[in-house]
Design a protein. Structure first.
Lengths: 257, 263
């Protein structure tokens, strides 16, 4: 992984985004995210956090500046990108395994391959026992796990996460954070994670980007230099609390600026 | 289960009370039988006319079912067109309201003039009257898909056909069933209303509406009551058929289809 980190996965050069109805959402964003990084984007509401992800995925185009993903235009890189939303956004009429296989199915993978990949991933996220269940029968945390498995099924090089655990209780959120860390350590992808929880950002990230609102712009970037592998025990370490305090302070400044 | 038995017992109790009041009214006010026959007379009429009642019900059922199936097919196709753009909806949606508000009683004679009397004309009337709820509900289902899901499909380079068949259509099925439930009731009403005008191409062989006209012209009030009873049974059968299909297709994944007895 370490030799990979030299190559850029995402490059923002002077990117601005203006919507006709809400005006300037992002202004002058310059940011390079290296391969294998896990970068959290944090900021008050209205700072364009989600727009950052939409720009990377090519679902929306910048009004000014340029974005490269893996050296390509975002739209061309889509095949290597997966998206996880705040809601699990599962298809309720499909059993869990068919939800996990959705991306592969849309991309035309064979049934055998889908089955193999789906089974492996469900095992990976500890849900092999509910493969045949329908989403309705699952708890919020389990649904989110299915959503993560679905995103990983297409073997993405880049995983975009838009406040994926915002709707969960703290226990499930902590557990899923540990799971995401484990997945990131074992697999080879770059993560961009939008959240408004400082603690979550510190726990997960190699770097944290703090955005200031109106219009959204980069206020500060923190390198999170905490020991790896990170486990639940890290949450009780003084360095962890110190880092949170530092980022929170910066976030408060970003808001009042 | 126990609760269902209680519900059933209550319903039967109300029914018995109604019969009692009916009989009492007859006794106290000395109502002549051609105005209001006794419950026993109605029961006799049902017994005596049973084969005719079945034939009439079958004809009406055929017309309502034909009209309903046609409105499901056309309704879904029209909804698919409507779902394409807001602009199309704005332009065409008022006309589906027109479908719903035009008094079918006034249109029926026109249809007769164009199609001729008989089963096809009545089926057409049942179709026209039951089309609007199918269009409205299915369109709503097709366009109310979570925007994130559409994005997810686009992220995996889904084709327009995949978006339609793997996302929008399955998502619209529960709404389609809401539409069918409403439409099934009014299709029967439409068929009976249509028969009042269109009647039958063969003498003595018509649906419930036709027989109702015949019975009332002959002052056979007991038969008339029996026909009303048959029409009610037919309407109920349609309703339960649709409920069953809804349960069958949706109970695995959709909340609304969990418990049909409470719907």
């Amino acid at each position: 992984m370490s030799e990979n980190r030299v190559a850029p996965q995402i490059e923002f050069a002077g990117v601005s985004k203006r919507y006709s109805n809400t005006g300037m959402v992002l202004q002058g964003i310059d940011l390079t995210i290296l391969k294998g990084e896990f970068v959290s984007v944090i900021g008050p509401s209205g700072c364009g956090k989600s727009t950052v992800l939409k720009l990377i995925s090519g679902l929306t185009a910048p009004s000014a500046g340029a974005i490269r993903v893996d050296g390509m235009a975002p739209k061309d890189a889509r095949e290597t990108v997966s998206y996880i939303f705040q809601d699990a956004t599962l298809l309720p009429w499909r059993p869990v395994e068919e939800n996990v296989g959705l991306g592969l199915e849309l991309e035309g993978a064979s049934k055998a391959r889908r089955h193999e990949k789906t089974a492996a991933l469900l095992k990976f996220v500890g849900l092999e026992h509910v493969a045949k269940a329908y989403p309705r029968e699952l708890s919020g945390g389990m649904k989110m796990r299915v959503s993560i498995a679905r995103a990983l099924a297409t073997s993405p090089k880049l995983l975009l996460m838009d406040e994926p655990f915002g709707a969960l209780d703290e226990m499930s959120r902590d557990r899923l954070n540990e799971e995401v860390l484990r997945l990131h350590a074992e697999q080879d992808w770059t993560g961009v994670f939008v959240t408004h929880s400082v603690e979550e950002a510190v726990f997960l990230s190699t770097r944290i980007v703090v955005l200031a609102p109106h219009p959204g712009r980069i206020h500060a970037i923190f390198a999170v230099d905490l020991p790896e592998p990170r486990t639940a025990a890290l949450r009780e370490e003084p360095v962890f609390g110190k880092m949170i305090a530092e980022v929170s302070h910066s976030l408060r400044n970003a808001m009042t600026q | 289960m126990k609760q269902r038995m209680t519900t059933l017992a209550n319903a039967l109790g109300v029914f018995a009370a109604l019969l009692l009041i009916w009989q009492l009214v007859l006794g106290i006010f000395h109502v002549p039988p051609y105005m209001l026959p006794s419950p026993a007379a109605v029961a006799r009429a049902v017994g005596n006319r049973f084969p005719t009642l079945i034939t009439s019900s079958a004809i009406t059922a055929e017309e309502s079912l034909g009209g309903l199936l046609a409105s499901i097919i056309f309704g879904v196709v029209i909804a698919l067109v409507f779902a394409q753009s807001r602009w199309i909806r704005r332009m065409l949606y008022p006309y589906t309201l027109l479908l719903q508000t035009v008094p079918i009683v006034a249109v029926a004679p026109l249809i007769l003039m164009w199609v001729g009397s008989g089963i096809p004309a009545v089926t057409l009337i049942a179709f026209i009257i039951s089309l609007a709820p199918i269009i409205a509900n299915t369109t709503q289902g097709l366009i109310s898909v979570d925007e994130n899901l559409v994005q997810l499909f686009l992220m995996h380079s889904a084709s327009p056909a995949q978006l339609l068949f793997k996302l929008r259509l399955p998502h619209a099925v529960p709404s389609l069933f809401v539409g069918i439930r409403i439409a099934s009731g009014i299709a029967v009403i439409g068929a009976i209303t249509g028969e009042l005008y269109a009647g039958s191409s063969r003498v003595g062989q018509g649906g419930l509406g036709y027989s109702i006209l015949y019975a009332s012209s002959q002052l056979q009030t007991d038969y008339l009551f029996a026909l009303v009873l048959a029409a009610t049974v037919l309407g109920f059968s349609f309703f339960f058929l649709v409920m069953f299909l809804e349960w069958y297709f949706l109970h695995k994944w959709h909340e609304s289809a969990r418990a049909p007895e409470t719907a």
